[in-house]
Design a protein around this ligand. Structure first.
Ligand code: FES
Length: 66
């Protein structure tokens, strides 16, 4: 997780899995409305669906494991 505004946000791409974002981020839908991420197992971490199977897109719901 980013500790200060100067610390870059870390993004980890997992092939066939989520895109993990660590750091303070705001997420908006196509209309510009904010989207609240689900509670994270690791505070400060957001998992975006990279497989296209999630029912809670843009967030990962674990469907990539099935
Ligand atoms: S990456 Fe987890 S459901 Fe798509």
């Amino acid at each position: 997780m980013s500790d200060s505004p100067d610390t870059p946000i870390r993004i980890t791409w997992k092939p066939s899995g989520p895109i993990i974002v660590e750091g303070p981020v705001l997420i908006f839908d196509n209309a510009g409305d904010p989207i609240e991420p689900p509670p994270a197992k690791h505070p400060g971490q957001v998992k975006l669906c990279g497989c296209g199977l999630s029912k809670t897109r843009p967030f990962c719901d674990g469907s990539h494991k099935r």
